[in-house]
Design a binder for this molecule. Structure first.
Ligand code: RAM
Length: 335
């Protein structure tokens, strides 16, 4: 009897060990979490589409799409903590702050999780690589040039940005300010920079504030897809179409109406689907040990070819594309 009990007990231990063994077994698919600045932003929805495309093509990748409801570093820190407990294989993040997220990103990397920032970057010590949509200089120059064209090269302009800590917008604003120092832009005066936090209502209120406190304003540059829509709506609601122009970075699908109303003559953007696809594809390359995170490394980005990491382990995709009344409808069907 005693022997039987012992055997049963041993068998139970064996079963339990087996169960525990199963629970610990790594899932067969590579799990890549895409952490965006915030949910509900059409730009990131398009990046998600690209991430899913990469996963489908790679075959053994599962994408976990996540982000806070409002674009804050705190919200992203909480999410990364939970992704670390879930033992995901990689985190692909558009960061709400270049530095505040570094400690948690480092913790993830110490646990073997690969971290790729895309769109809005993390400081180099917090990630394997940063994938920029395009060259920052080009993005900044393009926006000043579009604003200058819209207002005939002279007058007051203002910037309506995303959140005050956003890495990408702050880099572009830095470039724009430098470009404005060029002699050809000497008649253009930047009178204010405000932040709508990539929230439609706050961006709208900030745009209205700009229009009312600067009666001579000629253009608003919004280097954010959320801000540019809000600014266009504000200009229309204040009956200032034809007097104040809006430009910046927008999604053709969200901007077509505002181009037709005349609030916007021209705006730019890169392909957000490609950006999400490439970032996810690159993350998988790190997970599978196909590339090392070091300057000069060539990282495959699937159907888009490959990118080379610079001294800061950053790389960029193609130049931004310009949209106006002639082509906006065609691209509105895509993103
Ligand atoms: C918003 C976000 C994103 C930026 C685009 C242009 O959707 O701020 O980070 O790249 O605009």
């Amino acid at each position: 009897m005693k022997l039987k009990t012992t055997l049963l007990a041993l068998a139970a231990v064996g079963v339990l060990a087996g169960v525990a063994g199963c629970a610990e077994k790594k899932p067969e698919k590579t799990r890549i979490a895409m952490v965006v600045k915030n949910l509900g932003n059409g730009f990131f929805d398009a990046a998600h589409t690209g991430a899913d495309e990469a996963a489908k093509q790679l075959g053994d990748v599962e994408v976990i799409y996540t982000g806070p409801t409002t674009p804050s570093a705190e919200g992203q820190i909480e999410i990364i903590n939970s992704l670390i407990s879930q033992k995901v294989d990689a985190i692909v993040i558009s960061a709400n702050d270049p530095n505040a997220l570094v400690p948690i990103a480092k913790k993830a990397m110490q646990r073997g999780i690969k971290v790729v920032s895309f769109d809005s970057g993390l400081a180099p010590e917090g990630r394997q690589m940063q994938l920029n949509p395009s060259n920052a200089q080009l993005i900044g120059e393009k926006q000043i040039q579009m604003a200058a064209d819209e207002i005939g090269g002279a007058g007051e302009i203002a910037i309506l940005s995303a959140s005050a800590q956003a890495t990408n917008q702050n880099i572009w604003i830095g470039v724009m300010k430098k470009v404005l120092e060029k002699p050809e832009y000497s008649k253009i005066k930047l009178v204010a920079t405000v932040y709508g936090d990539d929230q439609s209502d706050k961006s709208y209120r900030e745009a209205i504030g700009l229009l009312r406190s600067h009666p001579d304003l000629k253009a608003i540059i919004a280097p954010t897809t959320v801000g540019i829509v809000a600014a266009s709506k504000a200009v229309a609601d204040e009956h200032l179409v034809g007097k104040v122009y809006v430009t910046g970075l927008g999604l053709p699908s969200e901007m077509a109406g505002h181009v037709k109303s005349g609030a916007v003559k021209e705006f730019a953007i890169w392909n957000p689907i490609d950006l999400g696809y490439a970032a996810t594809y690159a993350a998988d390359q790190f997970v599978k040990g196909k590339v090392e995170a070091k300057p000069g490394a060539s990282v495959s980005v699937g159907r888009l070819g490959s990118v080379t990491l610079d001294a800061n382990r950053e790389a960029a995709l193609g130049p931004p594309f310009t949209y106006n009344a002639d082509n906006v409808d065609k691209f509105a069907k895509l993103f």
